[in-house]
Design a protein around this ligand. Structure first.
Ligand SMILES: [Zn+2]
Length: 214
């Protein structure tokens, strides 16, 4: 089984993204030019294993091919420390299956993932005596998603830390706001609401925010 380092996987991911942008009839030829035999081998194995998501770093971690500091794992999900932490305890939580975007997350995983997100966040928060938690989830390159495997960033926060989440305001008229409200509300009929009534899953240890509070 081909083994690639995390750096090699990142490089491979960039190549795969470049190839994916091409028209289908040009992809095979470009892949021959760009990819090394080891990378081709790795992709074939990945595709055989998953059917999709070949070369994905998070799939590599989920399959145990890339060593990482795992803090929680079950059949469907994995949580592990970021190798480039923004703060102590910075943790990733992901489905093991190669699910590229939040929008592609099936119902059976979605509800459990939110429960797990809450519990991993609490475990992280407590472990590093944080003062707050930021949860980030990015979809698509425009949003800053670099690896097409959906993931939550769980970032413990501290007063005066160096993390910047910048959302500058834009100006919209009252009419524009009403238009967006109407369109989104209308879309909810198309995209659906919560599929089922959630079972009781009250947090065992609710977060009490320290410092300035949320
Ligand atoms: Zn993946």
């Amino acid at each position: 089984m081909a083994q690639l380092s995390e750096e090699q996987l990142k490089a491979l991911n960039l190549k795969v993204q470049e190839i994916a942008k091409l028209p289908p009839e040009e992809q095979a030829e470009r892949a021959q030019e760009l990819l090394t035999p080891e990378e081709m081998e790795f992709l074939k194995e990945q595709q055989a294993l998953r059917g999709q998501g070949g070369g994905c770093v998070f799939c590599g971690i989920a399959q145990g091919k890339i060593p990482t500091k795992i803090v929680y794992e079950d059949n469907d999900f994995i949580a592990f420390l970021s190798k480039d932490p923004a703060n102590p305890g910075h943790t990733f939580l992901a489905p093991k299956e190669h699910i590229p975007l939040l929008a592609k997350l099936p119902d059976n995983l979605a509800s459990r993932l939110l429960i797990l997100l809450r519990n991993v966040s609490a475990a992280v928060y407590d472990a590093v005596s944080a003062q707050g938690i930021s949860v980030l989830q990015q979809n698509g390159p425009a949003a800053g998603q670099t690896i097409p495997h959906m993931i939550f960033n769980i970032v413990p926060r501290f007063d005066n830390d160096k993390v910047v989440i910048d959302m500058p305001n834009i100006d919209l008229t009252e009419e524009q706001m009403s238009e967006f409200q109407q369109r989104i509300a209308e879309n909810m009929k198309k995209f659906g609401t919560a599929a089922t009534k959630p079972e009781d899953s009250t947090p065992k240890k609710p977060i009490k925010f320290r410092g300035r509070g949320p």
